[in-house]
Structures are given as structure tokens and as C-alpha cells.
Design a protein around this ligand. Structure first.
Ligand SMILES: [Zn+2]
Ligand SMILES: [Zn+2]
Length: 273
């Protein structure tokens, strides 16, 4: 096995986990054309990766997926093997690949279901593959407040971690005793009354947040808060409305302001640094 950081082929490593995931969904193997199509579907490439390569009917993203075979990326790690020729062949997950996938299943799910931007997704998948000590990566759940009941039962530890982060964040985001939606300035207590609305807010993960095993949770949480945003349920839904591309927060705020739903006075309270 060769070290991961060798040469410029590093850009393919972020495709490893999602590819293994797709193989496993697909009875353990997948054809390259199907792999390209499905990876594109779940990773939502943008920008430069959509550039068509000169003289070919392929874009950079497809090329990157094809390069997995040409560069023996899976074989280098022993995670999967190509069978058959380049046109009709398939790539099949190995036992080692299954192990690698299982080890990182939580973090992959977290990255894929939270609509992070493509660059964030890529950067974090790369980080996971560069985790040479194979430390367990712990994830957080941004929806902990919504699915509280079920979460508690099914994923106790993720719930506890996420709740710690949430509680700390609420402390940080409280302005004059209140937490406002950082997009529209909605306050649940003001609207529904103290009894019902007090302390309620959702937390949006602007960028992925995770913690490596044995890392200090308090330190992680303190850092993670920078990537959190308190939002009301409506704004949160709007941000995640289009699963193919999370809405740019600034765009959402501009829209709200344009329509006059946030007074400048309220808005200043929120945007004061
Ligand atoms: Zn809002
Ligand atoms: Zn969110």
C-alpha cells in the first residue's frame, strides 16, 4: 500500500467512500458508467468539475471517476477490484472495502444527507481518507431538536454529542436573553409566547462538523460553533429546499429584506459583529 498523499492523484481519494457505498447498495459491484451517474447524483459536482474536457464528450467529474480505474486508486488501498475491460467491466468491493465503508458509514451519511456544498463535501471526504491513524470519526446531527424522541432511542451517543453542541451554541447565540433566527430575525418566544416558544431554535450546520475519537469534545464544540447558525424552522426548510444545492444564506437574507419582512432595526441587532 502506498501513502495517500503521494503525487497529484489525491483528488480522486474523495470519491472512494461514496463509490464503495454505491457498490454496496448495488450488490457489491457497479459498472463505471453507472458509477459516474450515481456519484454525480449524490455528490452534486459544481464549478470546475463540470467543465467539458476539450475534444471529449466528458467533463472533469466523469474523468475523475474514470481515473479511479486508470490510477488503480481502489487497488492501492485494497478496497475494490476492477473486473473485465474498461468498457463493460465492473468494480467490486472487497472485504477490506466493506470494512472501510462500515468504519465511516456515519460520517458519510452525515455528509450526504445534510446538503453541504460540493467543495465542503470533497474537502471532508479527503480529510477522512487522510486519517492515517484510522481514528473513529464522530458526527453531529443538525436536526437533533426535530427528531428528538426517535434520536434518543436510536442514536444515543450522536444525540448526546449534538445536544451538547446545540446547548453551547444557544448560549453563544443568545442576544439580550433571546435567540433570533439569523436569517429573518424571527423569535419563537415573541411570536408564540414565552411558555411555548422560549428557547426554541433550530441549528443549521453551515459546514460539516465532526470530531475525531479521543479529541476533546469541549474544544471541538467551541470550534464547531463557528459553523453553526441559529435559524427558525421556515428559514431552515428554505435553506434545504433544494437538496441539489443548499441555498446561499446571503441570498435568503436578501430576499427576506427585499420583501420588507425584517426591519432594519431588527436586522442590525442580528448582524452586529
Ligand atoms: Zn427565519
Ligand atoms: Zn441545515
Amino acid at each position: 500500500m502506498q501513502p495517500l498523499t503521494r503525487g497529484k492523484r489525491i483528488t480522486e481519494t474523495e470519491l472512494i467512500l461514496p463509490s464503495l457505498y454505491l457498490m454496496s447498495l448495488n450488490d457489491g459491484s457497479i459498472a463505471t458508467s453507472e458509477l459516474i451517474e450515481k456519484l454525480r447524483y449524490i455528490m452534486k459536482p459544481t464549478g470546475e468539475d463540470l467543465q467539458i474536457l476539450s475534444g471529449r464528450a466528458d467533463d472533469k467529474f466523469s474523468q475523475k471517476v474514470r481515473n479511479l480505474r486508470a490510477h488503480s486508486t481502489f487497488e492501492r488501498f485494497g478496497y475494490a477490484e476492477y473486473k473485465g475491460d474498461a468498457k463493460t467491466g465492473r468494480v467490486e468491493i472487497t472485504e477490506e472495502g466493506k470494512k472501510h465503508l462500515k468504519q465511516n458509514q456515519d460520517v458519510l451519511t452525515y455528509l450526504l444527507i445534510n446538503d453541504f456544498t460540493y467543495p465542503d463535501l470533497m474537502a471532508n471526504l479527503k480529510k477522512i481518507e487522510a486519517n492515517k491513524d484510522k481514528k473513529r470519526i464522530e458526527t453531529f446531527d443538525e436536526n437533533v431538536i426535530i427528531r428528538e424522541g426517535l434520536k434518543r432511542i436510536t442514536e444515543e451517543t450522536v444525540y448526546e454529542r449534538s445536544k451538547q453542541l446545540r446547548d453551547y451554541a444557544i448560549g453563544c447565540f443568545t442576544v439580550e436573553g433571546k435567540i433570533y433566527c439569523n436569517c429573518c430575525a424571527f423569535n419563537f418566544a415573541d411570536f408564540y409566547g414565552e411558555d411555548i416558544g422560549n428557547g426554541f431554535i433550530e441549528t443549521h450546520h453551515i459546514r460539516p462538523i465532526f470530531q475525531y475519537e479521543n479529541e476533546n469534545i469541549i474544544k471541538t464544540i467551541k470550534n464547531a460553533v463557528k459553523n453553526l447558525m441559529p435559524v427558525c424552522s421556515n428559514c431552515h426548510r428554505m435553506i434545504h429546499k433544494n437538496w441539489k444545492k443548499p441555498l446561499e444564506i446571503q441570498k435568503l437574507i436578501e430576499g427576506i429584506k427585499q420583501n420588507g419582512f425584517v426591519s432594519n432595526k431588527t436586522y442590525r441587532l442580528l448582524s452586529a459583529d
